[in-house]
Design a protein around this ligand. Sequence first.
Ligand SMILES: [Zn+2]
Length: 274
Amino acid sequence: MVGLLLLGTVTSAASYRVKPGDTLGGIAARHGLSPAQLQASNPRLRGGALQAGWVLTVPERPTPGRRYVVAPGENLSSIAARAGVSLGALLQANPQYRGGRAVWAGATLQIPARGGAAPVARPATGGATIRTASTAGGRGLWLWPVTGHHSVSSGYGERELLGQHEMHYGIDISAPVGTPVVAARAGRVLEARADFARGWGWTVVLEHGGGWITRYAHLSATLVRAGEQVVQGQLVGRVGNTGRSTGPHLHFGTYLRWGPGENWTPRDPLSFYP
Ligand SMILES: [Zn+2]
């Protein structure tokens, strides 16, 4: 029981020296992190640059049975996954985060023991656990934003676009210009505007319960106003080809807020659509 010897020690970060040939995605994956989480702990990676010899901060893996200090860019699902425990078990050990409340960097979590000594009858609580995960933003609650168009021309993650290596924090859904774009969940309009500076073109950003955020970009029209409440399935815009776009499609991004301002962790939208 190595964990017992270290009980009470606050989890901290380890470091990793970048080797020639390393990629952001590769390093992240080896440490059980998303590229965005690795970037959150290493601001100089945000521009996408990576050089051999750089020493990166890597949030230590959360250990079952110990306390863990949340690193920037992390969320409950990613921490549960890295610790090898279920999101339900993590929520059970940290009930203050139930109901989809987001966790912020610097917060201390109790990581439950795996398979546990705790009187948690796994089969009996399994169903409830899954339902908790759903209300926290998981599968089953999200509506596909372009009805009838399911072809994803570019997925989430590293890619080459116009000769540039980049991270694609969202998915591109092919659809003709003018196709209705609907709210994936109910919420409030954070942005409905032209944002050509960042390449989004005409874009709508919605904030939903639990800190979940969706972005709809490259639109030909926005049909809501900032501050407005929208219901799930409401028409919010139309597919276009505006901004940094190489053809008619909807760029659909999903994020989880972890702090004020634009402190959002990108998540793969397809993970919400079983
Ligand atoms: Zn895109």
